[in-house]
Design a protein around this ligand. Structure first.
Ligand code: HEC
Ligand code: HEC
Ligand code: HEC
Length: 473
């Protein structure tokens, strides 16, 4: 038995034994309950709820959450055991094929918005436990999720078969015998279950992960998942293991970073609920990843002065009526303080020594101002209002105001080489710059034709194979 797996196994058995059950039946019932509980824990580590449960009170695993892809919204489906609207009719094989190969029971291909490229590594044992949980531990909900309708040519689901042939490694996780169990456990969590690389690894033009830059930083539309390799400057090489553990469990390490956006969601729904041994294994694994270099020249968290701004500087800004200072003093200073030192208790972070203001791109700074921070950890909410939202109770800031305040913060407290233009804010407000492939239908017709030819070639080859098979060759 591979030791690395134990932490996500059920630690406490709580079988409900029917009073009149015979001894063997009771034993089966308790081992079933154990399997369901193990599956529940795995579903938390794999964060299935992140996409399959609609936010703000959606029924558990009933789907309906639109995943904004550059190609249009992709709706996560209902994966409750409802036989009319969910996966109630799925056998273990059907479930395994959807989870690890991205193919639905009816044979249609799933879009890789469902992270089956990572889940492909989930072991058979864990797939069985997940299946037991979704069949017996989840309440059936008979309401179907909205249909996904992407524009041509992406509505041809079979094109995903071509993509899979190119990019899906349909291989289960194999522990590396030359490494200690903790490393293997960390690798399994990071790569298979917690699918960190689906966000933190950059993608190529066909939106497949660029494995040569594994965990080297990837764009997610408005947000950017930074380099988390062991690189001392561009990655997390300068973080201690204890700091990584603290970040993954709570989403905040004063003097280094906070978690907003998609990372806040991963922490809120998944990582904070994992046993300490799992988080420790992830942190230790990250520290041992291959360093991936980038364009940064000093660690993101090291920018900015921890000293207060002099009164002269303050007065100069006030006298000069600096546009960014005005927005800052009106909209930010009451929480982050006039000198951006934050509060002593750490509730409001400092804006220097903050990986968001010291990065070599302003995506996460602008995204934080637009979307705010909303992360509930151990029952406590950490909240910064969204300034991009007209419906928010704060004043909505214009693209110009967000550019001004970002440039002010970057110059005074962060990486002064980074500049934000009004157009950058407008693009991030609209969800970020779409990758090349999303511009296919409109801009690169020849490439779309190539894709279609590939699809047709694939169909022909498949039919030939079938014909060859049925003629008994
Ligand atoms: C990052 C988002 C995301 C996560 C995390 C995720 N899924 Fe999905 N899943 C999707 C989307 C989106 C679809 C539908 C894709 C499509 O329509 O092509 C889907 C489809 C499925 C399907 C196919 C159901 C059907 O018949 O339509 C199954 C089964 C499934 N997911 C199970 C899981 C399980 C189990 C987990 C956790 C181990 C999980 N998913 C985690 C996004 C996600
Ligand atoms: C859904 C996308 C997503 C997933 C999954 C995800 N991350 Fe992140 N991660 C992000 C984003 C976006 C940020 C930047 C957040 C911010 O600055 O507020 C981030 C930030 C981080 C940081 C802080 C880096 C820095 O320099 O500030 C660490 C460490 C990290 N993630 C580790 C992980 C690990 C480990 C996993 C898997 C267990 C993981 N992440 C999974 C999107 C993701
Ligand atoms: C009502 C209080 C409040 C206001 C007003 C406010 N913030 Fe924040 N800010 C917070 C809190 C709380 C956090 C998150 C702390 C945590 O994650 O633990 C935060 C986090 C941040 C971060 C780090 C985000 C990350 O992902 O690491 C930045 C940058 C930031 N704020 C900038 C600003 C700017 C610029 C303004 C003005 C436009 C502003 N804040 C206004 C409370 C506030």
């Amino acid at each position: 038995m591979w030791a690395g797996m134990h932490a996500v196994q059920a630690q406490t058995a709580a079988p409900v034994q029917p009073a009149a059950a015979s001894a063997p039946a009771a034993a089966t019932a308790s081992s079933d309950a154990l399997l369901v509980e193990k599956g529940r824990k795995l579903a938390v580590a794999a964060d299935c709820a992140a996409c399959h449960t609609a936010p703000k009170g959606g029924a558990s695993f009933a789907g309906g959450y639109p995943i904004a892809s550059p190609l249009g919204s992709i709706y996560a489906t209902n994966i409750t055991p409802s036989s009319s609207a969910g996966i109630g009719s799925y056998s273990l094989e059907d479930f395994s094929r959807a989870l690890r190969q991205g193919v639905r029971k009816d044979g249609a291909h799933l879009y890789p918005a469902m992270p089956y490229t990572a889940y492909a590594q989930i072991t058979d044992e864990d797939t069985e436990a997940l299946y037991a949980y979704f069949m017996h531990g989840v309440k059936p909900v008979d309401q179907a999720a909205p249909q996904t309708a992407l524009p041509f040519p992406f509505n041809i689901r079979l094109s995903m078969a071509v993509w899979n042939a190119l990019y899906l490694k349909d291989q289960r996780f194999k522990p590396d015998a030359s490494k200690p169990p903790e490393w293997n456990h960390g690798a399994y969590l990071v790569d298979a279950l917690a699918h960190c690389s689906t966000c933190h690894t950059p993608r190529n033009t066909l939106m497949a992960e660029d494995s040569s830059r594994y965990l080297g930083g990837g764009s997610l539309g408005a947000w950017y998942a930074p380099n988390i390799t062991s690189d001392a400057i561009n990655g997390i090489g300068g973080w201690t293991e204890a700091e990584l553990v603290q970040y993954l469990k709570t989403g905040r390490v004063p003097g280094k970073a906070q978690a907003a956006g998609p990372m806040a969601e991963a922490i809120e729904h998944s990582l904070q609920h994992l046993p300490d041994s799992d988080i420790q294994a992830i942190a230790s694994y990250l520290k041992q990843t291959k360093a991936v270099a980038g364009g940064e020249t000093q660690p993101r968290y090291s920018y900015g002065k921890a000293s207060l701004q002099s009164e002269d500087t303050q007065r100069g800004l006030i006298d000069g009526a600096d546009a960014g200072w005005k927005v800052f003093s009106g909209s930010c200073a009451h929480c982050h303080q006039a000198n951006a030192t934050g509060t002593a208790n750490g509730e409001y972070p400092s804006l220097f020594h903050n990986s968001v203001t010291g990065a070599d791109r302003a995506d996460n700074l602008v995204a934080t101002i637009l979307h705010g921070v909303d992360r509930t950890v151990q029952g406590r909410a950490h909240f910064m209002p969204a300034f991009g939202d007209a419906a928010s109770f704060t004043d909505r800031l214009s693209d110009q105001e967000i550019a001004d305040v970002s440039n002010y913060v970057l110059t005074q407290y962060g990486n002064p080489a980074v500049k934000v233009q009004v157009a950058d804010v407008a693009a991030l407000r609209a969800g970020g710059k779409p990758p090349l492939i999303a511009q296919l239908p409109r801009l690169i017709l020849p490439a779309a034709v190539v894709l279609l030819v590939l699809v047709i070639a694939f169909i022909v080859i498949r039919q030939r194979r079938k014909a060859a098979g049925s003629s008994g060759v």
